[in-house]
Design a protein around this ligand. Structure first.
Ligand code: C5P
Length: 295
């Protein structure tokens, strides 16, 4: 095993999300265009005599109250160790450090991205080449969004979020992420849905520019936005604040409460973030851009 390894756990944004049905076990079927951003948490892993997890960063406090055993990073570590053991591969002690920059329970996949980053990091650290299907299956046991976070590129997710089709040609999208400081419970938002049988997303054409992407997104929605806004009216304030900056599109991501605004240029996203942050100093606001499809 080698020394300290570091990996980003980037926030995901659901540019569009349709709820198309519900499975017998209560999980919802969906159809979503997902991108990952340049913004996120950071995971570090280092060989150690005993396992540990340290937390720091602006949102570490939000996790400090929960039992460590609930932390998805530890579930990912333990799951991967069990997978390695089943293949006769040694997976010794590891000291993990999570620098939490993504607001907790905020619809941009923070916990799922952390779990995916731990899987990638520990495969490297333990020099364990996991079978991709085994890894995807383990990821899904950790959460419906963990498989997409493992992929970390523009994709269309269906099933309960685990059936992934990569989307080629999508450009980087300048954006702001805004969260009003309200943690929204994902199961509550799903429970509050009025309709669960909505049409899937339209076919995704080749979207070569920000404007083409925004035009296509105009014919889509996030079906979780209306129930989330009823549960957390602060989301309305976020969407209004983003619209006031002249964003090309303002929408909520996932089950909220984080909202995103899309812009034609990074400079516009940065100016918008500065304007929103000055009016709402208690909100989480950042300018970032989504990662383009790999060439
Ligand atoms: O899989 P994960 O633990 O992230 O999901 C959290 C909760 O969100 C689930 O227990 C379920 O209530 C809801 N959910 C759902 N349909 C999905 C994903 C999540 O109903 N596709």
């Amino acid at each position: 095993m080698t020394g300290l390894a570091t990996r980003g756990a980037t926030a995901k944004v659901n540019l569009a999300l349709s709820i198309t049905g519900r499975r017998a076990d209560g999980y919802h079927l969906l159809d979503s265009l997902v991108v990952f951003t340049g913004f996120g948490d950071t995971l570090q892993a280092e060989p150690a005599a005993a396992d540990s997890l340290d937390l720091d960063g602006p949102f570490a406090g939000a996790l400090a109250g929960s039992p460590q055993a609930d932390n998805l990073c530890l579930k990912a570590r333990d799951g991967l160790r069990a997978l390695a053991a089943a293949r006769g591969h040694e997976a010794p002690g590891v000291a993990l450090r999570l620098t939490k920059a993504i607001p907790v329970a905020s619809g941009v996949g923070g916990g799922s991205a952390d779990a995916a980053a731990v899987l990638h990091l520990l495969c490297d650290l333990w020099r364990f080449t996991a079978d991709p299907d085994d890894l995807a299956q383990l990821a899904l046991t950790l959460g419906a969004d963990v498989p997409m976070c493992l992929a970390n590129r523009p994709l269309r997710a269906s099933g309960i979020g685990e059936a992934l089709t990569f989307v080629d040609g999508l450009p980087a999208l300048p954006m702001v992420l805004v969260n009003p400081g309200v943690a929204v419970s994902t199961p509550s938002v799903f429970r509050a849905l009025e309709s669960r049988d909505n049409p899937p997303l339209p076919a995704i054409p080749r979207l070569a520019s920000v404007r083409e992407t925004v035009a296509w997104l105009g014919g889509t929605r996030n079906d979780l936005e209306p129930p989330a806004r009823r549960l957390a009216p602060a989301i309305d304030g976020c969407l209004d604040a983003i619209r006031q900056t002249g964003a090309l599109l303002a929408r909520m991501s996932g089950s909220g409460a984080t909202c995103f605004g899309l812009y034609a240029a990074d400079t516009e996203a940065q100016a918008a973030a500065a304007a929103i942050a000055s009016r709402h100093p208690d909100w989480f606001v950042t300018a970032t851009r989504s990662l383009a499809s790999p060439a």
